[in-house]
Design a protein around this ligand. Structure first.
Ligand SMILES: Nc1ncnc2c1ncn2[C@@H]1O[C@H](COP(=O)(O)OP(=O)(O)OP(=O)(O)O)[C@@H](O)[C@H]1O
Ligand SMILES: Nc1nc2c(c(=O)[nH]1)N=C(CO)CN2
Ligand SMILES: [Mg+2]
Length: 256
């Protein structure tokens, strides 16, 4: 999605949620500064920076740079059930190869199943120990700056090895904006930018129920989402509908 097109969504989101743009820009500036004094990954090199094996899920035949199939894992109530479906499909002898992208909190559920995501799209409010564990296991991080995560960006950015930085405001210097709002829909925009032909969505229920993977502090498996989270999920769903209408890509939602 071009920035001008995203900007129409972005201005609406800012006014709908009452987020100050300056706060987004302030966090973007710190993330950019942190990335300017170390290596960060450019989008052209992203696929070449993925670890070349994920034996738990799919048979490995090709270089990851040739793969055009993606699975995006969100933190909705169907996540565990959908992971089982993914395992069945991808262990078939003639299955396609997929690049696995987890949205933030979904990473915890994947690690529980001994699956290491190739890419993690996060604003760093998933379970931080699990994000750090995935880092040690080779996942690449698409780290997102916004007005509500300045402290996490400052504290944790340098703990990750492979980073591509994103902002939701105007992209500049080391930071990209591929479009998208929540971690899950931004993962789908990333796959589109990487020329996806097929995107399978797992745990992307949207709706009104969140899981312990999305809200690590609830002591239940699932709970009703608060009003703001419900509104965020509505945007996520609408943005993915926009992708379906505006791109030549097959999108299969396992949760529906
Ligand atoms: N029912 C659902 N509950 C939670 N996440 C969902 C659901 N359906 C889809 N998702 C996707 O899973 C992603 C990962 O969830 P998580 O709550 O960790 O993300 P988040 O974007 O950081 O949200 P928040 O800003 O509320 O913390 C979400 O960004 C969202 O796109
Ligand atoms: N300023 C601000 N930006 C966001 C926020 C948020 O809470 N505040 N939450 C998001 C969903 O993951 C994405 N962007
Ligand atoms: Mg998050």
């Amino acid at each position: 999605m071009k920035f001008d097109e995203w900007n129409i969504w972005y201005e609406k989101i800012l006014s709908d949620f009452g987020f100050p743009k300056e706060e987004d820009e302030k966090t973007a500036a710190i993330l950019n500064k942190l990335l300017s004094v170390r290596d960060s990954i450019k989008i052209e090199d992203l696929l070449d920076n993925l670890e070349h094996e994920n034996i738990n899920v799919h048979n490995f035949h090709k270089s990851k740079a040739d793969i055009r199939n993606f699975i995006v894992f969100g933190a909705g109530p169907s996540l565990k059930k959908d992971i089982e479906k993914v395992k069945k499909i991808s262990n078939l002898e003639d299955s396609d190869d997929y690049i696995l992208i987890s949205a933030d909190g979904a990473t915890t559920a994947l690690l529980e199943e001994n699956i290491v995501p190739d890419i993690i799209v996060t604003d760093l409010d998933g379970k931080i120990e699990d994000l750090l564990l995935a880092n040690d296991l080779g996942s690449l991080f698409v780290l997102h700056a916004h007005g509500n995560n300045f402290d996490q960006i400052l504290k944790y950015t340098n703990k990750f090895n492979k980073i591509l930085g994103t902002t939701q405001s105007k992209p500049f210097s080391n930071l990209y904006n591929f479009g998208g709002f929540t971690d899950g829909d931004r993962a789908v925009f990333l796959a589109i930018t990487l020329n996806a032909e097929k995107i399978v969505l797992a745990g992307m229920d949207f709706g009104k129920i969140v899981t312990k993977y999305s809200r690590p502090n609830i002591n239940l498996e699932t709970a009703e989402a608060d009003e703001i989270k419900q509104k965020k999920l509505l945007y996520a769903e609408k943005l993915i509908d926009w992708i379906k209408k505006n791109n030549d890509v097959e999108i299969i939602n396992l949760s529906k």
